[in-house]
Design a protein around this ligand. Sequence first.
Ligand code: XIL
Length: 296
Amino acid sequence: GTTLGQAAAEKGRYYGAAVGTYKFNDTTYMNLVNREFNSLVAENEMKWDATEPQQGRFTYTNGDRIVSHALSRGMTVRGHTLLWHAQQPDWAKNMSGSALRNAAINHVTQVATHFRGQIYAWDVVNEAFADGGSGGRRDSNLQRTGNDWIEAAFRAARAADPNAKLCYNDYNTDGINAKSTGIYNMVRDFKSRGVPIDCVGFQSHLGSSVPGDYQANLQRFADLGVDVQITELDILQANANAYAAVTRACLAVSRCTGITVWGVRDCDSWRGGDNALLFDCSGNKKAAYNAVLDTL
Ligand code: XIL
């Protein structure tokens, strides 16, 4: 393959990018998106604040633009994200208890229903575990509605879009550590009790190196019977060895179905001056790009 998407497809995987509709009129950007990637995810357009800015009033225009752009070009779409403690609309931030629980589950049902049949994998729940050594849940308004909020969200998503793969997605879970083990235990519990979960996303916002047990961590989740995906990859100064190592790890785990980078060019990145992506601000391929393509 001569592009990331083609080379990944030859290995039975996808190579995707997070995109923003506010850049869809930038031709350098769109040429890269269309040439290199075979999967897209909305960087912001499908989050709760974007899709339900007022309770019960849903806005899908920008999410729909990304979906139709992708599907019309034969790309798949990751849905990001149905429930998260961040980027909630103000009305939800101010709710609690059963009112918030009902609003959250309604949100899952409405959004997953709107996009039914169009999403390859949904990040049903994003970043619900705490950093550090506890291995437990993050405190949030959603968590305070009861520990079963995550399984309730997955059940609602399955009912709304039975063909989408349903993922749990988080960061700082790239090696074997207390946080990833807490998630591992949740996934094992969900599988044993029949709670619908199909995949785990590893954001992989990385420093300049990859944990030595990165592949082993992906594999232990895959061994639970879920797919794994690298969902938001970016690496400090786009270290080419690290980009290659992530690529190798995914290829070595048969249930690792694809990799998504969190943006296209360095200047599109949420990480500011980290130069963490595969294309420079002019759209030129960086060394990391060649490392990934050579590894695929
Ligand atoms: C980031 C976006 O890139 C920014 O544009 C936005 O201002 C904040 O969110 N983890 C996630 C993503 O799951 O949704 C975040 O995206 C980056 C961290």
